[in-house]
Write a protein that binds this ligand. Structure first.
Ligand SMILES: Cc1cc2nc3c(=O)[nH]c(=O)nc-3n(C[C@H](O)[C@H](O)[C@H](O)COP(=O)(O)OP(=O)(O)OC[C@H]3O[C@@H](n4cnc5c(N)ncnc54)[C@H](O)[C@@H]3O)c2cc1C
Length: 213
């Protein structure tokens, strides 16, 4: 299905939000789609960033230097057509748990995309979001998150007196073993956090993962 680009909004030197017309496309928050430019025969998976009720579709994308697709999508201008296939994936919330469970969402980099879609779609969610980034400038639309629920872990410079990775934060925190844990981003973070959660007594059936690369 073809969707027109509405805008490309820079978040930081490395990260941008691609906004497409919705065209009636339906998805469950947390699912991903395949995006590519027509005629190139190459596409990549991107998680939905916007909420289920939004009038447009948004994706939070890191521009990978020398990457095949992510730089081309950043260079798209309003009116450019993009091929979109999907939705795919099962990194979604159990509808029966949305109103009566606690969630902890742990992301690295653009792995915060599905969690932005969750909190935008389900404002009643009882959740904490732990976001790992290298530089403070990589924070994404923090005003869309309840500041009491968002913890930003910056690894390469201090932010508000703290510096470190999500794993450092988790080691200092007592883990709630009844919560459901959703992990999204690079594989190394997911492996490290998974191990910490298991060591902290969280059962494997309460941990859900989505690896980007
Ligand atoms: C289920 C799923 C959902 C995804 N959702 C998102 C998303 O919401 N936002 C997003 O930015 N990416 C997402 N990705 C990653 C995305 O699909 C592409 O891999 C990424 O955009 C690079 O594509 P490219 O063609 O530009 O680079 P390629 O030409 O494919 O080059 C790939 C190289 O870049 C590395 N790479 C891929 N992603 C990153 C990254 N974020 N940081 C550093 N190196 C990277 C790969 O390991 C590889 O070495 C997702 C991947 C999966 C599997």
């Amino acid at each position: 299905m073809r969707h027109k680009v509405l805008s490309v909004r820079d978040i930081s030197p490395t990260t941008y939000v691609l906004r497409l017309e919705r065209n009636g496309f339906e998805f469950t928050p947390g699912q991903c789609v395949n995006l590519g430019l027509p005629g190139t025969g190459v596409n990549r998976e991107y998680s939905t960033y916007s909420g289920a009720g939004s009038e447009f579709l948004e994706f939070l994308i890191k521009e990978v230097p020398e990457g095949t697709v992510s730089p081309k999508l950043r260079a798209a201008t309003p009116g450019t057509e993009v091929d979109l296939h999907g939705p795919y994936g099962s990194f979604v919330l159990d509808p029966q748990k949305i109103t009566n469970s606690k969630f902890v969402f742990i992301a690295s980099g653009t792995g915060i995309a599905p969690f932005h879609s969750f909190v935008t779609s389900y404002p009643e969610l009882d959740c904490q979001i732990i976001h790992g980034i290298r530089h403070a400038v990589d924070r994404c639309d923090i005003e869309d998150f309840d500041s009491d629920r968002l913890v930003t872990c910056v690894s390469r410079e201090p932010l508000e007196g703290r510096q470190g990775r999500v794993t450092d934060y988790l080691k200092e925190t007592s883990l709630e073993t009844e919560s459901f844990y959703y992990l999204c981003g690079n594989q190394a973070m997911i492996y490290d956090v998974y191990d910490l959660l298991r060591q902290g007594g969280v059962s494997g059936d309460k941990i859900f993962t989505e690896a980007f690369f």
